[in-house]
Design a protein around this ligand. Structure first.
Ligand code: FES
Length: 105
């Protein structure tokens, strides 16, 4: 793993998620009350972008926009079907106004 600057803090306002690219790899970043979480963006069930899903800040999960599986922001594990495989999670942190993730191919 290596630190990669993926975005600026201001790119992901509180209560939202957004997808960024590291090379050819989409990574979804979510902001829950100023704490950031990073998941592999592509749902483990089919081709859908979790960064475009509905973020539930109370339940700490994101709903896949295609079939509705709920993915835990901290573990990447689906809480509901039809997805049953987890998506990768990445350590994410801020340094000044920059957002970094620990990532390697
Ligand atoms: S594509 Fe995400 S649950 Fe089906």
């Amino acid at each position: 793993m290596a630190p990669v600057q993926i975005a600026k803090v201001a790119d992901v306002p509180e209560g939202t998620g957004k997808t960024f690219q590291i090379g050819a790899h989409p990574i979804a970043i979510f902001n829950v009350a100023g704490a950031f979480y990073a998941l592999a963006d592509t749902c483990s069930h089919a081709e859908a972008s979790l960064g475009e899903g509905e973020l539930d800040t109370d339940e700490m999960c994101v709903e896949c926009p295609l079939h509705g599986s709920l993915f835990d922001l901290e573990t990447g594990k689906p809480r509901t079907l039809p997805a049953y495989d987890p998506v990768a999670t990445y350590k994410v942190w801020t340094d000044g106004d920059a957002l970094f993730v620990d990532y390697s191919d």
